[in-house]
Ligand binder design. Structure first.
Ligand code: ZN
Length: 236
């Protein structure tokens, strides 16, 4: 049997939603664990996009920069993406339509998947979480996050599909980020219309869930799980 494909997840969405925004893992350490993925930066300063082994930060002011290896993240999920299914999307489709097609290639609904879609998008609608201080409620910050829609862009969607039973560890379903080929536009994907592109669905055999074990705030945080569930519904 070949090496298992491991999804590396740092911290949990629930912790992030509770206001634990302080970064505690470096980008350098993160990139040792995968070449494709998503996350956010210290103080939730924008969206983290990991593509082809490089990390990019999409901020609320619509700028994109490559992130240095010493920058820290509070939450991220990466994998060494290996496409199991590759297909060409040759006609225009909404995100719902494409996602329905993607899911026909899944073996059941209980495994994580990595997703990579390179193509031209007739419409791409993204948001970027704005920087906020530790302790603020993510759902409150999310109500004032900038959103942008652009037409006819070429770029890559990267991300993870999470089975329902892992909701809370991350968000169930798709968590996708986008970056254009020229690295001038990107963010957390809300919806899109693809014109055409190549869709890759990657297998995941293992979940490596890491915790910020030296972060006292995480260790002793009292999580209000009911409130968290509502917040995740609202903001993801
Ligand atoms: Zn995101």
């Amino acid at each position: 049997m070949s090496e298992p494909i491991k999804l590396f997840q740092y911290n949990t969405l629930s912790a992030l939603m509770s206001g634990l925004f302080e970064g505690s893992l470096t980008i350098g350490e993160l990139l040792e664990q995968g070449d494709l993925g998503i996350g956010t930066l210290d103080e939730i300063d924008g969206e983290l996009i990991v593509l082809d082994g490089k990390a990019y930060q999409a901020r609320g002011d619509k700028t994109i920069t490559e992130v240095g290896t010493d920058v820290k993240v509070p939450y991220a999920a990466v994998v060494f993406h290996q496409a199991e299914v590759i297909f060409k999307q040759r006609f225009e489709a909404s995100n719902e339509e494409l996602q329905t097609r993607i899911e026909t290639y899944y073996d059941g609904a209980n495994l994580f998947r990595s997703i990579k879609i390179h193509g031209t998008f007739a419409k791409m609608h993204v948001r970027m979480i704005p920087k906020a201080k530790e302790g603020a409620r993510f759902a409150d910050v999310a109500t004032r996050q900038p959103e942008y829609t652009v037409d006819n862009v070429t770029g890559t969607i990267v991300g993870i599909w999470t089975p329902e039973m892992f909701h809370g560890v991350s968000v169930a379903g798709y968590h996708l980020h986008f970056i254009t080929d020229d690295h001038t536009f990107g963010g957390h994907v809300i919806d899109y219309v693809i014109s055409e592109g190549i869709v890759e669905v990657g297998a995941v055999d293992q979940l490596d869930q890491r915790f910020p074990v030296q972060d006292r705030k995480y260790l002793f945080a009292k999580l209000n799980l009911e409130e968290l569930k509502e917040d995740i519904e609202k903001s993801e």
